[in-house]
Each structure stands twice: as C-alpha cells, then as structure tokens.
Design a protein around this ligand. Structure first.
Ligand SMILES: Nc1nc2c(ncn2[C@@H]2O[C@H](COP(=O)(O)OP(=O)(O)OP(=O)(O)O)[C@@H](O)[C@H]2O)c(=O)[nH]1
Ligand SMILES: [Mg+2]
Length: 259
C-alpha cells in the first residue's frame, strides 16, 4: 500500500487530480482509493472511498462552537485527530495499492500545524508515501509566483518530511511554450533569476536565492500535468515510482520523534 498525499494552495486542482488519478490508475488495472481529508468541502468531483466528513464536519463545528470559517476549519482538523483509528481502519481494510489523500484548500492549517503531519503519519504508519505538491500553471508562469510556490513546497516538505513531486497543474489552460518555460526555470533557477531581474524589479533577489532553489530542485522532480485531459499522468506515475523506489523512508520513524 502506497500513499499519495495531494497538497497545494486553495484551488490548485487537488481534488480534481485525486479523482482523475484514481481513474487513470484504474484504467491501468491498478486499484486505488481516494480519502477526503477536507472537513469543509461541499461538492467533490469524485466519490470518496473514505471521507472525514463522516466524523467531523466543519459546518457543524462552526455552528456548535460558534466559530468563523477559519476557526471552524482549525478546530475540525484538531477534532479529526480523535478519529484516526477509524480512518486508518477503513483505509487498511480496502487493501488498495494506492491511497490518494486529498487535503483541505487552506493547506497551512493542515500541512503547517503539528496536527496535520501527526494525522498523516498515523494514517501512513510504516508504509511508503509521496506528496504531490500542486502549483497551478496560472501561478507557475509568473517568475516570482513560481519561486515563492517552490519555497512553499519546501516549507511543506520541511514540516511533513514526505518525499515530494512538484506538479504543475492545469497545463491545458496555456500554450505548450509556457509550460516549457516553467520547466526551464525549474531546470535552471539562474535563468529564473535573470527573468526576475529583467522585469526591472528594484529589489531583485541575490544569487543565493537561485542557489537555494537549485539545490532543492536538483533533488525534486517537476512534472506538468492536466487532470482535464489526462496529459502526462503517465509521466506523473513514472515520477512517483522513481520516488518510491528511491527509498526515503522517513515515515517509518516514530511520529513523535519528528514533530
Ligand atoms: N482546465 C483545467 N481546470 C482544472 C484542472 N484541474 C482542476 N481544474 C479546475 O480548477 C478548479 C479548482 O479545482 P479543485 O480540484 O477543486 O482544486 P482544489 O485544490 O481541490 O481546491 P480546494 O480544495 O478548494 O483548495 C475547478 O474549477 C477545476 O475544475 C485541469 O487540469 N484543467
Ligand atoms: Mg479540493
């Protein structure tokens, strides 16, 4: 059983990819389940096999504790921790090859607070996991947004310590040249830096900015995909396999040792 954790900013295409990748795996005779860990989502584009809303619903929490939307989401994620045994049991019972975990839109409340990593490490236990960090092509094609998104993915990695694949999503929305440009920035962050400088930015970053991006991106694959057209989902699968074969087994450690 392998875990694929789908992460990214609100609206980056996480739920759509979770559903599309499940269908893609099924069309290649691989069984998978999708787990919804978003307690606030109303309409899902897929039918979840395991759904946290059966245990915690952010809208009920909002009414019961008289909280606003953000407070309700944070409280719901804290409450989720009380139901980990049941969630894990449902996942384990499926015996699926791949468990795709769809995470909440406000990734910071899930990926950056201690409870999110705790939830994930409890569900994953000693199995292997890869996180798919989505960056919408609409953001990725802007040099500064691309750079800040890469640093955000690095922050998520730092908190979760699950090996990562960076996924440029919704590539069907822009011409091929735009996608190629983003990939060339990922290949050569000094080229990205030169583009930022050529925009006449008065506080353009220093060389060390490109150096830090370069050392992170050298060890992280960047994969463009479209969930709408299924473009390059086979490439995403190949990247996932390479990461799983790479054997970074951080999650086999006791969760308490890394929180
Ligand atoms: N054209 C296109 N649109 C996409 C693709 N993937 C997602 N979208 C659209 O982008 C919007 C957001 O997609 P979601 O899958 O809901 O994004 P999300 O990251 O789950 O959103 P939150 O859970 O709210 O953070 C929806 O309107 C999707 O239809 C894609 O590959 N191509
Ligand atoms: Mg979603």
């Amino acid at each position: 059983m392998y875990f694929l954790i789908v992460l990214g900013l609100a609206g980056s295409g996480k739920s759509t990819l979770a559903g599309a990748f499940k269908d893609w795996l099924e069309s290649h005779q691989m069984d998978s389940i999708v787990v919804n860990l978003d307690p606030a989502v109303e309409d899902l584009v897929y039918v979840p096999d395991v759904d946290v809303r059966g245990y915690v619903n952010a809208w009920d929490v909002m009414r019961r504790y008289r909280l606003g939307p953000n407070g309700a989401l944070i409280t719901s994620i804290d409450l989720m921790a009380n139901h980990l045994d049941k969630l894990k049991e449902s996942i384990d019972r499926s015996e699926a090859n791949y468990v795709i975990i769809d995470t909440p839109g406000q990734m910071e409340v899930f990926a950056f607070r201690a409870v999110g990593p705790l939830i994930l490490s409890s569900l994953i236990a000693d199995r292997k996991a890869v996180s798919l960090f989505l960056i919408d092509i609409h953001m990725a094609r802007q040099p500064l947004s691309f750079a800040s998104s890469i640093f955000l993915s690095l922050s998520a990695w730092l908190r979760l310590r699950i090996p990562q694949v960076i996924v440029i999503s919704k590539t069907d929305m822009y011409p091929e040249e735009d996608v190629e440009k983003v990939l060339s920035w990922a290949d050569d962050p000094f080229y990205l830096l030169s583009e930022i400088r050529s925009m006449g930015d008065p506080v353009a970053p220093y060389e060390s900015f490109a150096e830090s991006l370069e050392s992170y991106l050298q060890s992280t694959e960047v994969v463009p995909i479209s969930s709408a057209t299924w473009s390059n989902l086979d490439g995403l699968y190949a990247s996932i396999q390479r990461v799983l074969a790479g054997g970074e087994d951080y999650l086999t450690e006791e969760p308490s040792s890394r929180l």
